[in-house]
Design a protein around this ligand. Structure first.
Ligand SMILES: Cc1cc2nc3c(=O)[nH]c(=O)nc-3n(C[C@H](O)[C@H](O)[C@H](O)COP(=O)(O)OP(=O)(O)OC[C@H]3O[C@@H](n4cnc5c(N)ncnc54)[C@H](O)[C@@H]3O)c2cc1C
Length: 386
């Protein structure tokens, strides 16, 4: 069934089939190892470049597949069904880094870096969070001092997806009272990597720290305008929140599928689990939440495609999707009973991965702050909400 009637073209349907086949053959066999060994499959990631997935939103003249955000969402959803961690690394590379670099970067960035990131020759990251600034991202301490045409960058970034492997960092620094986005490369003198974090979930998606000690950059490394970084951060976050929703839709779908399967196969008191009303209640509630989140995420995508996404709708979609993904994964463990608590069943991984949904791309609390703030503002202005 198409996600939203009338939304997917033949090209999207064929992309979904293609990704589903790739996931079944190449991702699913690795997903348990990725989690247990915290293993990032670099070659598989690069193959996603050759398949056209990494640069799916990038025009063909810059090495991409020339498709759209719906295509990127389809890839996220299908990857998320099998390996949320691969989907997270994909989102960080393809949306947070590559798509933003393409949208905001110069002709040189588009010609030099975008094709390498689209093909998978290079892996990319977005560096915003710092040791002392997460939710309060604009309190960053990384600075870029200007001297003529040269900038000297000092500071660090932490909890950065793909950092242990990345070849390019789209990074933010303070320039006076403002913010500027820069491209930083590991070959830049003064750049170094810190430790890789050992996480509870999203294992296999490498997360790390990076340091800048007197890194000298020419003005050709500025992404967008000098002092224009804040606009890039905020507009990127709205798109990123919607694309990341699809990882959590994928997790919720997997939890529901596994639960349906188990409730048909597992018998207690002489009958399959699905015959018990309390299990039926769980399945029906799980599906209703999943379907509501899915419709909300695809509706939000229409706003992204029309370039009309705003902070209120982006925060609302990711808030709900992340919450239901965690709730549905938790219920899936309950339906599987003791087996659900055992790693071999692969159910508890869904819950561990789903929890990231309430932390990354702005926490649940920050999303609620954005939503309530926007509602109060609208109501004060119009005495109603749209
Ligand atoms: C697996 C993973 C991958 C990540 N990938 C990236 C990446 O690629 N790039 C990147 O830049 N960052 C990345 N992050 C960082 C992520 O964006 C931050 O963790 C997140 O923004 C929260 O910041 P923090 O961890 O510093 O928490 P804090 O901001 O310190 O928050 C701690 C707690 O306080 C609450 N809180 C904070 N402020 C308020 C407030 N005003 N009102 C109410 N409650 C509040 C928060 O909601 C939270 O519950 C990643 C994180 C993880 C775990």
């Amino acid at each position: 069934m198409p996600p939203m009637i009338g939304m997917e073209t033949e090209e999207h349907i064929s992309l979904r089939e293609n990704v589903r086949d790739f996931v079944k053959k190449k991702v699913e066999p690795l997903s348990i190892r990725m989690d247990e060994e915290d293993f990032f499959p670099v070659e598989l990631f690069k193959e996603m470049g050759r398949m056209g997935y990494l640069g799916v939103t990038i025009p063909t003249e810059f090495g991409g597949a020339g498709m759209d955000y719906l295509s990127q969402a389809i890839i996220e959803e299908e990857l998320g069904y099998s390996s949320a961690s691969l989907a997270l690394s994909y989102g960080a590379h393809s949306n947070l880094c590559l798509d933003s670099l393409y949208r905001n970067g110069s002709k040189i960035h588009r010609e030099e870096y975008v094709p390498k990131l689209s093909s998978g020759q290079w892996i990319g990251s977005l560096g915003l969070t710092e040791p002392s600034s997460g939710s309060d991202a604009l309190a960053m301490k990384t600075t870029a001092f200007q001297n003529g045409n040269e900038f000297t960058v000092n500071g660090s970034k932490t909890l950065i997806t793909n950092a242990p492997y990345s070849d390019l960092f789209l990074t933010y620094a303070k320039t006076g009272d403002d913010y500027t986005a820069f491209v930083i490369l590991p070959s830049d003198e003064g750049f170094s990597r810190g430790k890789k974090f050992n996480k509870m979930g999203m294992r296999g998606s490498p997360t790390g720290e990076i340091y800048f000690q007197n890194v000298k950059l020419g003005s050709d490394r500025i992404v967008g305008e000098l002092n224009g970084g804040k606009g890039i951060i905020l507009s990127g976050l709205n798109i990123e929140r919607i694309i990341l929703c699809f990882i959590f839709i994928g997790i919720a779908k997997r939890a529901l599928h596994e639960s349906l399967n188990y409730s048909i196969e597992r018998k207690q008191f002489g009958q399959p689990l699905y015959k018990f009303e309390m299990i039926q209640d769980k399945l029906a509630t799980m599906y209703t939440k999943y379907e509501t989140a899915r419709i909300m995420a695809y509706e939000s995508l229409k706003r992204v495609q029309a370039d009309k996404m705003d902070a209120l709708h982006a925060a609302t979609a990711i808030l709900y999707t992340a919450e239901i993904s965690e709730q549905i994964s938790r219920e899936a463990i309950q339906i599987h009973g003791g087996y659900g608590y055992v790693k071999d069943a692969g159910i508890e991984r869904l819950l561990r991965d789903a929890i990231l949904g309430q932390i990354g791309a702005g926490t649940t609390e920050i999303r609620k702050h954005i939503i309530s703030g926007a509602l109060i503002k609208q109501f004060k202005e119009n005495s109603r909400i749209e």
